[in-house]
Design a binder for this molecule. Structure first.
Ligand code: DAH
Length: 354
């Protein structure tokens, strides 16, 4: 039968067993397999072309010869493949060193904004501040009225505030200040026994802002409040100096600029000396050496009275700061949106659990 096949095929057939034994790995094996039985250009493929072109009376015999050869090659290839795969598996097992530490699963971490809020809470905790919370769906009464914000204040408009269409008088809180109203009302019962009230309120707030590198319709604030006897601006300034130095470094200076918020009188905005350039002037502080960090002031007597606390006996201070702003500054992140996209690469660059 062999004399039916062209000499080059006979030669390939002779060389096959040795070539197969010489395949030491799966790559070499696959190359050989392709050359003998592959779909295109292989010996088998060439034999098929030959069969197609053969005279009719030879087709039967030639076909049988080709089939026999093909089957023999395929069987031998299959056996060799099984050998090579077994050898590869055995080599892998031998390379396993049971004394090496196991690979650790990727570890999750708190979000950088939560870590920053936790840090603030830890800075204030030794001063006797605890954490208070309020709902994100608030009433107009807590978010505005109880804070002495007049009925015609622009922040109350539906252009700035998300109102709940199906629930009149309810909205997504626009700041953490309504937690002041709730907490004053709750803790006034023990105000004499405790000698005052002090707390921090971190949380999410919502405003109708277009999304851009410095705005988001959802962001975070931390509210702080202290009520006591004879509290004045000096206590606010001293406390903020302590806290902001703990946060930004001992060389940090602060300055208070007069400002207006309906729930404080007097009110101020507080700047810190730029922690990135040591107040020399850089991109973050826009060359001024100062960065605005929070709003604050002495609690307006109306806010205390609305909560049922005697403003002749008690006074206090309050502040509210933007968390994203501070996080962007500390990490030199140019775009606020990075904090909400949760791209693993960004979160990892911001550091894991510390
Ligand atoms: N609630 C203010 C805002 O969202 C920030 C603020 C200013 C809070 C002064 C305060 C304060 O407690 O005393 O812009």
């Amino acid at each position: 039968m062999d004399q039916l096949l062209p000499p080059e095929i006979a030669e390939a057939e002779r060389a096959f067993p040795e070539a197969l034994a010489a395949c030491r790995d799966l790559d070499a094996f696959l190359r050989l397999k392709g050359a003998y039985v592959g779909r295109e250009g292989s010996y088998v493929a060439r034999l098929m072309d030959l069969l197609k072109a053969a005279p009719k009376d030879q087709k039967r015999e030639l076909g049988a010869a080709i089939n026999a050869l093909k089957n023999a090659w395929e069987e031998a290839l299959k056996a060799r493949q099984a050998e090579l795969e077994a050898a590869k598996k055995a080599a892998g097992a031998a390379a396993w060193d049971p004394t090496l530490p196991p690979p650790l699963p990727a570890r999750g971490a708190l979000h950088p904004l939560n870590r920053l809020m936790d840090r603030l809470v830890e800075v204030f905790r030794p001063l006797g501040f605890h954490v208070e919370e309020g709902p994100e769906v608030e009433t107009e009464e807590h978010n505005f009225d109880g804070l002495n914000i007049p009925a015609d204040h622009p922040a109350r408009g539906s252009a700035d505030t998300f109102y709940l269409a199906a629930h009149p008088g309810q909205l997504l809180r626009t700041h953490t200040s309504p937690v002041q109203v709730r907490t004053l009302r709750k803790l006034k019962a023990t105000i004499h026994e405790k000698g005052g009230i002090r707390f921090l309120a971190p949380g999410r707030v919502y405003r109708k802002d277009e999304i851009d590198p410095t705005h988001s319709p959802m962001f975070h604030q931390v509210e702080g409040m202290l009520v006591g006897h004879g509290i004045g601006m000096q206590h606010l300034k001293g406390t903020l100096e302590y806290a902001l130095r703990a946060l930004f470094g001992p060389a940090t200076e602060i300055r208070l600029r007069p400002s207006y918020f309906p729930f404080v009188e007097p009110g101020c905005e507080v700047d810190v000396s730029c922690p990135l350039c040591a107040a020399k002037g850089c991109r973050v502080c826009k060359g001024s050496g100062w960065v605005e960090i929070l709003g604050a002031g002495l609690i307006h007597p109306n806010v205390l009275e609305f909560a049922g606390i005697d403003s002749k006996e008690w006074s206090g201070w309050a502040f509210g700061m933007g968390v994203e702003r501070m996080a962007m500054m500390l990490s030199q992140t140019p775009d606020l949106r990075l904090f909400f996209e949760n791209d693993q690469r960004f979160l990892e660059a911001m550091g894991g659990l510390d």
